[in-house]
Design a protein. Sequence first.
Length: 111
Amino acid sequence: MDFRLTEKQKRLQERYRTLAAEFAPRSAEHDRDGTHPTENYQRLREEGFLELNVPKKWGGSGVGLLGHTLAFEALAQGCPSTAGADVRNDGSDLAREIRRGRGGNALPARL
């Protein structure tokens, strides 16, 4: 069994490491003030983070659970609060995004 990351997975990981570096300077401020990093949530939507684990046939990226996990891990290194919010809200936020028409027609009927 080969456990090495594919080139696609490495690019995904690097993409979210770059995003995490963008989030990092504000992370301590949000933690200290007890505020939510809402600007980070918007960037995640723009970057398609909510669609990573959604199959391509339903309008997502289709990178699967491992790809989502790699991206999540990279985000947590820059802003643990953003990553933690994703863990707590991934399902409900994802469902909302799909219902808004971003996930094709097949999945909304199942939600």
